[in-house]
Design a protein around this ligand. Sequence first.
Ligand SMILES: [Zn+2]
Ligand SMILES: [Zn+2]
Length: 79
Amino acid sequence: MALRKWLECLDYLAKPDPVKCPNNNYCQRKFGGLNRKYHLKNHLLKECGVIINCQICSKQFGHLKSLRYHMGVAHLTIL
Ligand SMILES: [Zn+2]
Ligand SMILES: [Zn+2]
């Protein structure tokens, strides 16, 4: 699932305590306690590396593949 989807259903994802990072193919992090939703969100945005910014136009991508494609199409750059 894409990061945006995760962020959209954060309320739902964060219901269990502790909540597991939905990016669990790569990451085994868990967050517990009252602020777990906030911690999970921060983690997804900053630590989990699932948001990638284009260096040229700073558009955001949930996947390296999409960024590669974008670079080729929008900036004629091969990564
Ligand atoms: Zn994670
Ligand atoms: Zn770009």
